[in-house]
Design a protein. Structure first.
Length: 384
């Protein structure tokens, strides 16, 4: 790939052109921007010609500044595509033979191509980006992209179907109840659902079925607060998941697609450290807390760590994931391991577990990004 005219480095090969796409229409817009900031600071400019493309909260695709400092998360301000957009220019993916082309449209000017893009690196979290929708668009345009495909993205995003697939594959999954929109709007059905949830016991965690970054999640300790928590989650998604609380430490494990068709590889697991002022690992504790967010390696016996790594790879394979993922677990005082969920585009911010766990496993961020890109470039176009 890329054996064309002289590149900027003076060799006979041009650099690999990577479009880093971030932002998006979901509630995780700011986290996506912060992920892009870290990746843009670490991607090797001698190997890659990087094209930073933001998707604004209203869905517009725009050229943006590639300055990582302008995309950092802080408690004072949250980054956005709008704040780093290059004024006036709007981008549209062009379908048709050849694929891989992105067109820039400026008012009053003839649309022009930005040149062939070798690969899209989508750093989008949540709906309209991590859920298979963007992946489907890229496949329709014939564009190579990194990460999970359409099905794995959709299955990983929808926690109901994620858990159904994990259970079907024999993975240990905790108890849960799904609250569907139709059931919740029917008073008779609502009572039945609330009774089912009561059987889980308290506390329970109420969350949007297709959300992430701990947005819209509530920890509920008594029946009186349950309906309000479900309504809060429904503000983000008409389908809600209610999970039984698990008494145990939260452990995460990062996974990468195997090299040259080999099996997936798992990082050293890490324990999630929740700030003493937080009820659980919410958005503030996850991204804005000043204290350390992970203990790596997780303080579990060697046999448990090996089993967590095995289960992380099994979860990755269960949904036919590709590229990268992070799998979240509970490890109980009795030594039981429970799979909580898989995240097919894990956060890549400075506070995120995925890059920290790989760094602790001997793969620092520049090499990690390089591996994700190179794995994607080796795939054949078309059906995965």
């Amino acid at each position: 790939m890329g054996e064309v005219a002289l590149g900027e480095d003076g060799s006979g090969q041009r650099k690999i052109r990577v479009a880093v796409v971030f932002g998006g229409r979901s509630t995780e817009h700011a986290v996506s921007c912060a992920s892009a900031g870290l990746v843009l600071s670490a991607i090797d400019p001698s190997r890659y010609d990087v094209l930073p493309i933001g998707i604004a909260t209203d869905g517009r695709w725009v050229l943006t500044s590639g300055d990582p400092a302008r995309l950092a998360l802080s408690s004072g301000t949250l980054p956005s595509v709008e704040s780093v957009a290059v004024t006036g220019a709007q981008i549209t993916p062009r379908t048709g033979p050849g694929g891989g082309a992105l067109q820039v449209c400026t008012p009053g000017e003839v649309p022009r191509d930005l040149g062939e893009v070798d690969l899209v690196l989508p750093l989008l979290h949540g709906a309209y980006g991590e859920d298979g929708t963007l992946q489907g668009l890229l496949e329709m345009t014939g564009t190579r992209y990194a990460g999970a495909g359409v099905f794995a993205s959709a299955a990983g995003m929808d926690k109901e179907y994620m858990k159904l697939i994990m259970t079907a594959r024999g993975l240990p999954v905790g108890r849960y109840v799904v609250v569907h929109d139709r059931e919740w709007r029917s008073l008779g059905e609502r009572k039945r659902v609330l009774d089912e949830i009561a059987e889980l016991g308290f506390p329970v965690f109420v969350k949007p079925a297709r959300g992430g970054s701990s947005i819209g999640i509530s920890r509920v300790t008594d029946p009186g607060s349950l309906q309000d928590a479900i309504e809060a989650a429904r503000g983000h998604d008409p389908k809600v998941l209610v999970e039984a609380g698990v008494d145990g430490m939260e452990v995460e494990c990062a996974v990468l697609e195997g090299l040259d068709g080999g099996p997936p590889e798992a990082s050293v697991p890490g324990q999630v450290l929740v700030d003493a002022h937080s009820d659980f690992y919410d958005f503030e504790a996850k991204y804005l807390a000043s204290a350390a967010t992970m203990a790596i390696p997780a303080p579990v016996p060697a046999e448990a760590a090996a089993e967590i790594r095995r289960l992380a790879c099994a979860a990755f394979d269960a949904i036919s994931c590709e590229g990268l993922a992070r799998v979240d677990f509970f490890y109980t005082p009795a030594g039981t391991i429970v799979v909580n969920e898989i995240n097919t585009m894990p956060g890549m911010t400075p506070a995120s577990g995925f890059p920290m766990m790989w760094a602790a496993s001997g793969l620092p961020l520049p090499q990690l990004i390089d591996r994700i890109i190179q794995t994607a470039l080796r795939k054949r176009p078309g059906l995965r």
